[in-house]
Design a protein around this ligand. Structure first.
Ligand SMILES: Nc1ncnc2c1ncn2[C@@H]1O[C@H](COP(=O)(O)OP(=O)(O)OP(=O)(O)O)[C@@H](O)[C@H]1O
Ligand SMILES: [Mg+2]
Length: 480
């Protein structure tokens, strides 16, 4: 963004006299010949007089116009925010919020102290989120569209001009270039920083305690959907010591930035979580990011239009404090053999991917998490240290995990929230131990159940039913 004070570069307004100059060019030899020829002719004299008035008036009008321009420039101050700047989205969101405040207050007063006039040019920003289970949610936000809007901020009027340059757009993302120009009286110039700070604070407050997921947008990362509530790390129950191991490794890495720099080692770390479906890999990574106040950059290697060069750019330009998450990393390259229904082939090559992960062009700090259900399918080149530094198996429920999950679901507060009957703690312990034993026995018989399946069961059943449910679940399971 740039605050521009136009007053300093004023062109001096032309005075009517200077403009009228040529008309009065009565000096010099040419004019003396003219005057000697026509001097005595009254018609010509009157003609010249009229012409003089005409030219004078035009000059005056021009002068006034320039003067007004100069005055406006001296008195007004403009602030330009372009689409590349983070303030751009903050400002639009802030403005949208003012709008909704106005709509609510409209009945009492048309112009609340901070409001923008009901605009007729709106744009919609849609946040669409498709979850893995197929459900989706959509949120709409109405923001100021291209055009001119007015808003009042701390008693000062501000003109907001949103312009879209359709001829120039980001080649990769196809997003047209846009700017917002705010104009107000010079005397209120101090309001700009205040306004932007307010917009920023609101934007960041919305993210506070939330997890932001970014997805590629052309060659840039953009927040995807609304920030989500963080999931407590303790809500993902992994095998004994596994969560601690990963957390410890990440924390140790984050503390050693200088150590890496001193030795000239690229400051990067890669993790691979592998194991059967529904064991908590994705959930754990999200919870971990949340607990460290990191964002997640979700990268889908088989995404349409993603090519090696884009991938390199994306991986070296991740937002600060973010994990790159690549799910089902085995699938990306197996898929290339078979084309998808529309005959489209992903154009990220395996070697391109390896290069993007650790080639010379890759960026500075980076933490990459990869997940897979089939670690055996991964090329050894991918899982060598430097690309994957810690590989951890996240397995189906073991007896103690199952018991812990059960206790979490049916402990006092939780049961009440779900509207279930209260079961006293000792009885709950007994039930938990029953489940624990059941799983243990069945594991010997080679039967396993995923944590996701247990969660599904606990969500829909009361504590007593859950014990029976686990038995059924186990009997339905086949040996892996
Ligand atoms: N260890 C766990 N502790 C608590 N909940 C779990 C655990 N594992 C799975 N779940 C629950 O099961 C659901 C699916 O988990 P998640 O998506 O993390 O599995 P995943 O290992 O990533 O599976 P996939 O390999 O299919 O991607 C989530 O709703 C999650 O809450
Ligand atoms: Mg997953």
């Amino acid at each position: 963004m740039s605050v521009e004070n136009v007053a300093s570069s004023l062109p001096t307004p032309l005075s009517p006299n200077t403009l009228a100059g040529p008309a009065q060019a009565g000096n010099g030899s040419a004019s003396s010949i003219l005057s000697s020829l026509l001097g005595d002719n009254p018609y010509f004299q009157a003609g010249f007089g009229l012409m003089g008035v005409g030219v004078g008036l035009t000059a005056l009008r021009k002068g006034l116009h320039l003067g007004a321009n100069a005055l406006r420039r001296r008195m007004l101050v403009t602030l330009e925010v372009n689409i590349k700047d983070p303030s751009y989205d903050w400002f639009l969101a802030w403005m949208a919020q003012q709008q909704s405040a106005v709509t609510a207050e409209q009945k009492s007063s048309i112009l609340s102290p901070r409001s923008w006039l009901r605009s007729h040019e709106l744009s919609v920003q849609t946040a669409y989120e498709q979850r893995k289970n197929g459900s989706a949610s959509v949120g709409f936000k109405l923001v100021a569209g291209p055009g001119i809007h007015w808003l009042k901020f701390r008693q000062a009027w501000i003109q907001v001009k949103r312009e879209r340059e359709t001829r120039s757009q980001n080649l990769m993302s196809g997003i047209p270039w846009e700017t917002i120009t705010l104009t107000t009286l010079s005397h209120d110039r101090g309001l700009f920083p205040e306004l932007l700070a307010e917009a920023r604070d609101i934007a960041l407050r919305n993210h506070e305690g939330k997890l932001v997921i970014h997805t590629p947008w052309g060659i840039e990362w953009k927040p995807f959907g609304l920030p989500r509530r963080k999931r407590p790390l303790s809500s993902v129950v992994l095998q004994e010591g596994i969560a601690e191991k990963i957390l410890h490794d990440v924390s140790a890495f984050l503390k050693r930035r200088q150590w890496y720099a001193d030795r000239g080692i690229p400051y990067r770390r890669g993790y691979l979580l592998h194991g059967p479906p529904g064991s908590g890999k994705s959930s754990f990574i999200q919870a971990l990011a949340g607990s460290l106040s990191y964002d997640i950059c979700l990268l889908n290697l088989s995404e349409r239009g993603l090519a090696d060069d884009k991938l390199i750019h994306l991986l070296s330009n991740t937002p600060e404090r973010s994990f790159v998450l690549i799910e089902d990393v085995d699938a990306a390259f197996n898929k290339r053999v078979q084309t998808s229904e529309d005959g489209y082939q992903s154009s990220v090559t395996f070697s391109g991917f390896l290069n993007a992960l650790d080639g010379v062009a890759s960026g500075e700090e980076r933490i990459v998490f990869m997940t897979t259900n089939h670690p055996q399918r991964l090329d050894p080149a991918l899982i060598r240290p430097g690309r994957v530094d810690l590989s951890v198996r996240i397995d189906d429920a073991n007896p103690s995990q199952a018991k812990q999950l059960f206790m979490r679901f049916y402990s006092e507060g939780e049961a009440e929230d779900a509207g279930w009957e209260k079961i006293d703690a000792s009885e709950l312990q007994v039930m938990g131990s029953t489940i624990e034993k059941m799983i243990e026995e069945q594991m010997h018989a080679g039967r396993r159940v995923s944590m996701a399946a247990l969660q599904g069961l606990f969500i829909r059943s009361k504590a007593r039913e859950a014990v029976e449910g686990v038995r059924t679940l186990l009997s339905e399971q086949h040996t892996p």
